[in-house]
Design a protein around this ligand. Sequence first.
Ligand code: FES
Length: 117
Amino acid sequence: MTDPNRSILLTISRDEVPIGEVRAFTVDSLSIVISHLSNKVWGAVENLCSHDNGALGDGKLRRGDIVCPRHGASFDCITGKVKSLPAVKSVAFFEASEDDTGQVHISRSSGASNGNQ
Ligand code: FES
């Protein structure tokens, strides 16, 4: 169920990101990586690796983590928490949910970090 009080930043169709893949989308000046983990399970984090600004949207999903294509750091694709070196700081995350029509809504999370753990 969509919370009417939250601010939706971006809406995509579920078909835009196949299960098991990630895609980067830009809204205003914000680049967001959307991950499709499994049926109706989505994640969204900022598209900027905290190690050295790699584009996480060019990375791959591995067991629920996004692996940075530059030096291999990984981040939880839902919470943005750093999971492996060389990154040591988490990345900001967003709420991602699919409605009954197959639209995926990305919104700011009340718990979104600014990249710090
Ligand atoms: S820029 Fe992502 S691991 Fe180095």
